[in-house]
Write a protein that binds this ligand. Structure first.
Ligand code: SF4
Length: 396
C-alpha cells in the first residue's frame, strides 16, 4: 500500500485522471486487497437501466473494465459480472446499451443475469423492518463481491452509492417491495422512512467486500435517472463500504446527513460517520471537491410546477416519469396552459389524488376514477408522452 494512512481508520483511496483506467489502477494499487487466488469474484456494476455511456446513470464500462484488468493481472480467480436491473429492463439489453456488451460473451469472465437462478431467502437478524430478503440464487457462488456504483443523487434516498448498489442483488420484484413497505410503527419508532430502514437492513446481509465508486461521470440533480452528468474523472476505492460512500459524498461537498440509510448503517455497525474518521489517500482531498446539485425538493420545469404525487413507487416508475418530464417540457407546458395544472401520480400508497391526474403504472389502478390510468409496470416514458399528447389533442 502506498502512503502512510492512520491504521485505526478505514482506508479510502481517491484518484482523479482524465484517463479513467489509470485512475482506477492508481486507486486500487493504494489499498490492501486480500489474496483472491482461487476465489469466485463478482463484479457488480450498476447497470439498472437502459442508459447510454457517459450519462452518469449506469456505471462507466471503462471503469468496470479497468477493475477487471487490474484484478485479473494480480489474482488467478474465477470472475463473474452481473446485475439485476429495475422492472421492465432486460439485463442483457442494459449491458449492451450501457457499453458493457463486450462482457457478455468472454471466456475470462462469466456474465450472470442475477435473476436467472432460483432465489435464496436470507434471514436478517436484527432487521428493523425486514426479517428476511429474497436474493439472487447465485449469491452463494461468490466469495468476494465488488460493488462498482456510480456516484449519483437519488430523489428518495439522497444518494445512490456502494450500499445502494447492492440492491441489484435482490431477486426480481424484491427490489420493488423495498419501495412499497408501509410500516408506520417502524417509521415512528426509528424516525426514518421505510425505504431507508430497508436498505440499512439489507446491509446486514449484503456487505460488499470492495467498493470502486465510479465518479468519472457523476449524476447530479434529479437522480437516479433524470439528473445531469458531471464529468469528475474520479474514482473512490475502499474495502470499507461506509468509508467509500462517505468519501464519495465528501467530494461532492455532502455528508452522511444527506443519506439516511448511511446514518442507520453507521449506527448498526458502529462505523465511521464523517470523512474525518477516514484515512484518505491522499490525505488532502480538497483538490477533488466540487459543487454538486442535490435532488430538487419539488419538480419545476421552465413553464410550470408539476404536481407529483409519489408514495410507495419504485425506481422503475420514477425513471419513466422523470425522463418523460425531462424530455417533454414543452408538451407539459402546453398541457398546463390548457388545464392550469399537471398532476401525475405514482406508487402503491398514494392517497389524496386530485381529479384529472395521470395515474402512472399498475400500482395506481385503485384510483382509476380520478384521472387517466396508464397500465404498465412501469409504463415507458413514450407511453406517458403519447397519452398526454392524446389528451391534449382531444381537448383542443
Ligand atoms: S407500477 Fe410502477 S411503482 Fe408499481 S411496481 Fe410497477 S414499476 Fe413499480
Amino acid at each position: 500500500m502506498n502512503g502512510n494512512p492512520d491504521r485505526n481508520k478505514p482506508v479510502c483511496a481517491i484518484s482523479k485522471n482524465k484517463d479513467i483506467k489509470q485512475a482506477v489502477f492508481d486507486a486500487l494499487s493504494r489499498i490492501d486487497i486480500p489474496d483472491l487466488d482461487g476465489k469466485h469474484v463478482l463484479l457488480k456494476p450498476n447497470i439498472g437501466r437502459n442508459a447510454k455511456m457517459s450519462t452518469g446513470v449506469d456505471t462507466n464500462p471503462e471503469v468496470t473494465e479497468a477493475v477487471f484488468e487490474f484484478l485479473k493481472a494480480k489474482f488467478n480467480a474465477s470472475y463473474y459480472i452481473g446485475d439485476s436491473p429495475i422492472m421492465g429492463v432486460k439485463c442483457r439489453e442494459a449491458f449492451v446499451n450501457s457499453g458493457h456488451g463486450a462482457f457478455l460473451d468472454r471466456s475470462d469472465i462469466r456474465f450472470v443475469d442475477l435473476d436467472s437462478k432460483k432465489p435464496l431467502t436470507l434471514p436478517i437478524t436484527g432487521g428493523k423492518i425486514l426479517k428476511e430478503i429474497k436474493v439472487s440464487g447465485f449469491i452463494r457462488d461468490f466469495d468476494y463481491i465488488i460493488s462498482i456504483p456510480v456516484l449519483k443523487m437519488h430523489m428518495h434516498t439522497g444518494a445512490s452509492l456502494g450500499y445502494k448498489n447492492m440492491k441489484g442483488l435482490l431477486y426480481k420484484r424484491e427490489k420493488v417491495k423495498l419501495h412499497q413497505l408501509y410500516v408506520p410503527e417502524a417509521k415512528k419508532a426509528y424516525g426514518f422512512k421505510e425505504l431507508d430502514l430497508a436498505i440499512a437492513d439489507l446491509a446486514r446481509v449484503l456487505e460488499p467486500d470492495l467498493v470502486v465508486c465510479d465518479a468519472s461521470y457523476a449524476l447530479e440533480g434529479m437522480g437516479p435517472s433524470a439528473g445531469s452528468a458531471k464529468q469528475l474523472d474520479t474514482v473512490i476505492v475502499s474495502t470499507d463500504c461506509l468509508a467509500a460512500d462517505i468519501a464519495a459524498l465528501a467530494i461532492v461537498k455532502l455528508d452522511i446527513n444527506h443519506v439516511p440509510h448511511l446514518m442507520l448503517i453507521a449506527q448498526q455497525k458502529s462505523g465511521v460517520t464523517s470523512i474525518t474518521e477516514v484515512a484518505t489517500i491522499p490525505e488532502d482531498i480538497e483538490p477533488f471537491k466540487t459543487d454538486f446539485a442535490v435532488p430538487p425538493a419539488e419538480i419545476m420545469i421552465k413553464c410550470c410546477k408539476v404536481n407529483l404525487i409519489d408514495n410507495g413507487s419504485c425506481s422503475a416508475c420514477q425513471s419513466s416519469v422523470f425522463l418523460f418530464l425531462k424530455n417533454n417540457e414543452s408538451l407539459v407546458g402546453d398541457y398546463f396552459a390548457e388545464y392550469n395544472h399537471f398532476n401525475i401520480a405514482i406508487g402503491s400508497d398514494i392517497k389524496e389524488v386530485p381529479i384529472d391526474t395521470f395515474l402512472i403504472g399498475n400500482c395506481t389502478a385503485n384510483h382509476i376514477e380520478r384521472g387517466t390510468f396508464l397500465v404498465g409496470c412501469p409504463p415507458s416514458q413514450t407511453i406517458i408522452m403519447e397519452t398526454v399528447k392524446k389528451k391534449l389533442a382531444d381537448k383542443t
